[in-house]
Ligand binder design. Structure first.
Ligand code: FMN
Length: 198
């Protein structure tokens, strides 16, 4: 799914803008090409990682064109023309989800050469060696595919549900901690300029 990309207002003083006039058509008119195209690939069981992925895509979209894809709906990484890939998923049993793993394992080694990459996950707020971290695994896959990781793997935190006495924990009740969506938007907004500099 494409995320709405509105031509930026070049007079706006605060935003960073990356589109450039890069080439000319047959009639000698400048053709606008964008310095960067981003793909946000995510998996999500209960909607928290999805919310983050959508927020990130929206935060980037005034700056660069963004495509948003869900693992399972796509089984193949389509990265033609993509120079920034952001991949995120829930931490499950200390690892990444099977759906996301199979998308990241499908392409041949080295097929993301020249692509800048970023990994994130959702997990419990505790030391990563205790909770596990899907983002660290995602980063490993991306590196194997030849992508260049431009920032450290990032985690966003879900609150663990506290089940009533005597009942089992229910993952479907877990929700992002307050402020995590806003943090994700700020984080994503900064990525385009980091990607240009790296
Ligand atoms: C089967 C399963 C296993 C999980 N294992 C872990 C884990 O090992 N470490 C952790 O921090 N969170 C674990 N969680 C919690 C998930 O990380 C959390 O539910 C998820 O980040 C929420 O994202 P989602 O709504 O996009 O699925 C697990 C959740 C499920 C469903």
């Amino acid at each position: 799914m494409e995320v709405a990309f509105n031509e930026p207002d070049f007079l706006h003083p605060t935003a960073i803008y990356l589109p450039i006039w890069k080439s000319w058509d047959d009639a000698g008119r400048p053709c606008k090409e964008y310095l960067m195209n981003a793909l946000v690939l995510f998996d999500s069981e209960y909607g928290n990682t999805e919310q983050l992925a959508r927020t990130m895509a929206e935060a980037l979209s005034p700056t660069i064109p963004v495509r948003l894809e869900r693992a399972g709906e796509v089984n193949k990484l389509e990265t033609q023309g993509v120079n920034l890939i952001i991949v995120g998923g829930p931490t499950q049993r200390h690892k990444l989800s099977a759906r996301l793993k199979s998308v990241l394992e499908a392409p041949p080694r080295g097929s993301l050469k020249g692509v800048k990459a970023v990994a994130f996950d959702t997990r419990y707020r505790m030391a990563a060696w205790l909770s596990g971290s899907a983002a660290k695994r995602i980063a490993r896959h991306l590196r194997k595919l030849g992508a260049k990781l431009i920032v450290p793997a990032e985690s966003f935190f879900v609150q663990r549900d506290l089940p009533p006495e005597g009942q089992k924990r229910r993952h479907e009740l877990e929700r992002l901690e307050p402020g995590e969506l806003e943090r994700a938007a700020r984080w994503a907004f900064g990525l385009a300029s980091v990607a240009v500099e790296n």
